[in-house]
Design a protein around this ligand. Structure first.
Ligand code: 13P
Ligand code: SF4
Length: 325
């Protein structure tokens, strides 16, 4: 938290007390938003932490699928999202009706499969899936939860899916979706940076394409990156291929290191435009108006069960029936 708060941040903290609200923020939010939050995290940590919140209101500073996840796991809470238009290119890449038609085609062709969807997907897509994964638990679910003998239909991130195939050895049918931020890191610039900083370690998110991952010393989701950095005692340089607001959190937790963002092909900053919609003013306004609020949708009924068994590690029960079987 900065020593002197600007007016809007001070208003937000006041409103937080009045409303009984807890502010959750993803690591890709601006530093000024992360600084105000009660809890910061990656998708998995935020989903789990949301279930431990005891205040009646959650202000979710992230994108729509994350706020929906918080609502589905906590139906009795009011979940506010500062800007409802904060979407995700991965969600857009996989319309539920198209997925349903594709699953039907696979079944007609006699394919025995389970559908694993990345959490960056709509609630309707989650409701059509057997498992929901984040970058933090994907490997575990693919290795340990999807029964042998089933093919895996992995949606919507083809890069994360390809990476999971490589590390787990499980064959997958990959959907053709990608993250507009991680898809466009410049390989040429990364190669130049590696030449200029020969001692630096390159770290990349598994949403990046193979050509970036092949040049990386460490591949992992945002929480895994923090854990990796924690293992370096001596000051070290890191070349970072993920959303650049992550550097704020790196700097806060491990200020002894130097972090250099890998630029995008067309844009040197490569920020996620969806995350950037949640400004301090919109956070304040959503608390004043108690809107936009995430309201219960019919598809949440099934999606919430898929989310809970995938992310909250309940004790093992009966084997999971594939969706739609
Ligand atoms: P994680 O924070 O779960 O690694 O996800 C990255 C991301 O792109 C979120 O939209
Ligand atoms: Fe979606 Fe990519 Fe933005 Fe994450 S960084 S919200 S995956 S567009």
């Amino acid at each position: 938290m900065p020593a002197v708060l600007d007016d809007v941040s001070a208003e937000i903290l006041d409103l937080k007390k009045q409303l009984g609200a807890t502010i959750l923020a993803h690591y890709y939010q601006d530093g000024e938003v992360q600084a105000l939050a009660d809890i910061t995290g990656d998708s998995l940590k935020l989903a789990r932490e949301a279930t431990k919140v005891d205040s009646p209101v959650i202000v979710f500073c992230g994108v729509l699928f994350m706020a929906e996840t918080a609502k589905m796991l906590n139906p009795s809470k009011t979940v506010l999202l500062p800007d409802l238009a904060a979407g995700c290119s991965l969600v857009d890449a996989c319309p539920a009706d198209k997925l349903e038609r594709y699953q039907e085609k696979l079944r007609i062709n006699g394919r025995k499969f389970q559908t694993v969807c990345y959490i960056n997907s709509s609630a309707k897509v989650k409701a059509l899936s057997d498992w929901v994964v984040t970058s933090g638990n994907a490997e575990d679910i693919v290795r340990n939860k999807v029964p042998a003998g089933y093919e895996i239909l992995f949606v919507p991130d083809k890069h994360l899916g390809r990476y999971l195939q490589e590390v787990t050895g499980r064959e997958m049918i990959l959907w053709d979706g990608s993250c507009m931020v991680h898809e466009v890191f410049s390989v040429g610039d990364l190669l130049k940076m590696r030449r200029r900083h020969p001692g630096a370690k390159t770290i990349a998110h598994p949403e990046c394409p193979q050509n970036i991952l092949e040049l990386s010393d460490f591949v992992g989701g945002t929480e895994a990156m923090l854990k990796y950095l924690g293992g370096f005692g001596r000051p070290t340089e890191f070349l970072v291929a993920t959303e650049p607001n992550m550097l704020w959190q790196f700097q806060r937790r491990f200020p002894q290191h130097t972090y250099l963002p890998v630029p995008g092909i067309t844009c040197a900053c490569n920020n996620c435009p969806h995350m950037a919609r949640n400004t301090l003013e919109k956070i304040r306004d959503c608390m004043v108006n108690r809107e936009p609020e995430i309201r219960w949708q019919p598809e949440f009924d099934r999606a919430k069960d898929v989310l809970a068994r995938s992310l909250l590690n309940p004790p093992a029960t009966a084997p999971v029936q594939p969706a739609g079987d």
